[in-house]
Write a protein that binds this ligand. Structure first.
Ligand code: GUN
Length: 291
């Protein structure tokens, strides 16, 4: 292996320390405690793990955590009623509705009911528009975490060829906007892209966010490129014992690491950065709400 492994876990810990310091100052100097409300509808196992982790880290950094766990059959009206109450609750500075929502709920309607100033996910249409036009907005946490790692590794990203694989609203599209904001030449590739390996081979920066285990292999990577693996895929791991599983990314780590200049591991890369950025966004929302 020749690539430097970018340690997202350690980086996230430094962000959490800064968040905790900031939270302490807000409490001491202004008597304000930032608060994050997380809403989970239903019992999706992966979502439950994420929500528990978000709540735990919110409390660990000195903020208030408000968890709302609703039954899978919760009606749209009930959910919108809760969001209304959170929008007007002065103790709540950030609101996150964990996705995916059950099928009978309209995610766009629900997300757009959140006060954009409290939309710490950056998914509200107002924040999407602000980001797309280069204005101050709430920035989605996963792409923000990726950008922070890239800036830390490279310094300036200006002029670099970036290929984002995946066109989701949560990762692919905002990631492309952020890279464009840092003056990269950006390509968004997706399932219909022709000659995907050839497109990826042009990239100085590869962001893989497709949810397909090990799809990107070392022969797709330009020597020395930086590979940011957003995928978190649980696969069977019979080598660990019967019924065991393990987490892998969208990139085949060993072959990509042979060729890349730097690469994020899974787990321990992008994942921890996402929650750290959520905590940072909550402090930002709190500061903006209090002038
Ligand atoms: N589900 C997977 N990632 C995310 C995220 O970043 N925010 C929310 N709200 N739901 C998610």
């Amino acid at each position: 292996m020749s690539a430097e492994v970018i340690d997202g876990k350690a980086f996230a810990a430094t962000i959490r320390e800064k968040v905790a310091t900031h939270v302490g100052r807000l409490k001491e100097e202004y008597g304000i405690t930032p608060g994050l409300a997380v809403v989970l509808v239903g019992e999706d196992p992966a979502s439950q793990v994420y929500v528990r982790s978000k709540g735990k880290q919110t409390v660990e950094t000195g903020m208030a955590s408000f968890e709302h766990r609703l039954a899978a059959e919760t009606s749209e009206d009930e959910l919108l009623g809760l969001i209304d109450r959170l929008n007007t609750d002065p103790a709540v500075h950030g609101i996150l509705v964990q996705l995916p929502l059950p099928d009978h709920l309209d995610s766009d309607l629900v997300i757009n009911a959140i006060d954009p100033a409290k939309d710490v996910d950056g998914f509200h249409i107002s924040n999407v528009g602000l980001l797309g036009t280069g204005q101050k907005s709430m920035v989605p946490c996963t792409p923000l975490g990726c950008l922070m790692m890239l800036r830390d590794h490279h310094g300036s990203l200006s002029g670099k060829e970036a290929v984002v694989i995946g066109r989701s609203n949560i990762v692919g599209k905002p990631m492309a906007q952020l890279l464009l904001g840092d003056s990269c030449t950006v390509t968004i590739a997706h399932s219909r892209t022709q000659d995907l390996p050839g497109v990826v081979r042009r990239a100085d920066i590869v962001i893989a966010a497709v949810g397909r285990p090990g799809m990107v292999t070392g022969d797709w990577i330009k020597p020395g490129a930086t590979v940011i693996d957003v995928g978190i895929n649980r696969i069977d791991a019979p080598e660990k014992g019967e019924g065991k599983t393990r987490l892998v990314g969208d990139c085949e780590f060993d072959s990509c690491a042979e060729v890349a200049g730097a690469i994020t591991p899974v787990p321990g890369g992008v994942g921890p950065m996402t929650i750290a950025c959520l905590l940072a966004n909550t402090v930002t929302a709190c500061c903006r709400a209090n002038g």
